[in-house]
Design a protein around this ligand. Structure first.
Ligand SMILES: O=C(CO)COP(=O)(O)O
Length: 246
């Protein structure tokens, strides 16, 4: 089964109108590397200007509320980010699971809301350092998959991102063997849940992906792309990662 690789950026709470100029070269690289998909998730305030500036590039949100509208001060819905120009959203990022107390059921509902509105979802999972050191990494991550995978998950609109919490923003990455083992465990869990569709779903790796390690990480078995934080903020770092996926 060959799956098209997806290289997605996640700007987190970074960026500004001035920083959108970085997207020009990223969009150019995306257009040049036709055999892979490229996407960038930006803060809600930047979705519309980003989507207007680089209409060919897939711009997304970093989170959405599970409800379509209502009394949820400070939140944005899938319909709202879609209207702003988003084509997808990240859901269940570990920073939201930690900072906003999001649980698996919330993440699942958010992904289903995205699908209802015709948007794609990148569903994040990953263990903490304590969980890994206790030998519980696979159990934790497969339980997150069980709870967070949206109903009807299909490769056309849903991807998984495995992001070990201890690798995010730390410069530390798991070994290629550890990544392969976890991607395989996630694939096996998906097979148990959705059968053959599991072989079509993309499973990204995220956590301290850089131009230096991208080629190795992106070619580990069952790694179908990368979710990139810090190194997605500048074209100088993100474009080489796009090239490494090709
Ligand atoms: O959390 C991440 C992407 O969602 C990874 O962040 P870094 O690439 O900065 O480690």
């Amino acid at each position: 089964m060959t799956r098209r690789k997806l290289v997605a950026g996640n700007w987190k709470m970074n960026g500004s109108h001035a920083a959108l100029s970085e997207l020009d070269a990223i969009a150019e690289a995306a257009a040049a590397h036709t055999s892979i998909d490229v996407a960038v998730a930006v803060p809600a305030t930047l979705i519309a200007p980003a989507a207007t500036r680089v209409p060919a590039l897939s711009i997304g949100a970093e989170d959405v509320h599970a409800a379509d509208h209502g009394a949820h001060t400070g939140c944005v819905s899938a319909a709202m980010v879609k209207e702003a120009g988003a084509r997808f959203s990240i859901v269940g990022h570990s920073e939201r699971r930690a900072d906003q107390g999001e649980r698996d059921a919330d993440v699942k509902a958010k992904a289903e809301a995205l699908h209802r509105h015709g948007l794609n979802a990148i569903v994040c999972v990953g263990e903490t350092l304590d969980e890994r050191e206790a030998g519980r990494a696979e159990a934790v991550v497969t339980a997150q998959i069980a709870g967070s995978l949206p109903d009807g998950a299909a490769a056309e609109w849903c991807a998984i991102a495995y992001e070990p919490v201890w690798a995010i923003g730390t410069g530390r990455t798991p070994t290629a063997a550890d990544v392969a083992a976890m991607q395989g465990a996630i694939r096996a869990k998906l097979r148990a849940m959705i059968g053959e569709e599991a072989d079509r779903l993309r499973i990204l790796y995220g956590g301290s992906v850089t131009p230096d390690n991208a080629r190795e990480l992106l070619h580990v078995a069952d790694v179908d792309g990368a979710l990139v934080g810090g190194a997605s903020l500048t074209a100088a770092k993100f474009v080489p990662i796009i090239a490494a996926a090709n």
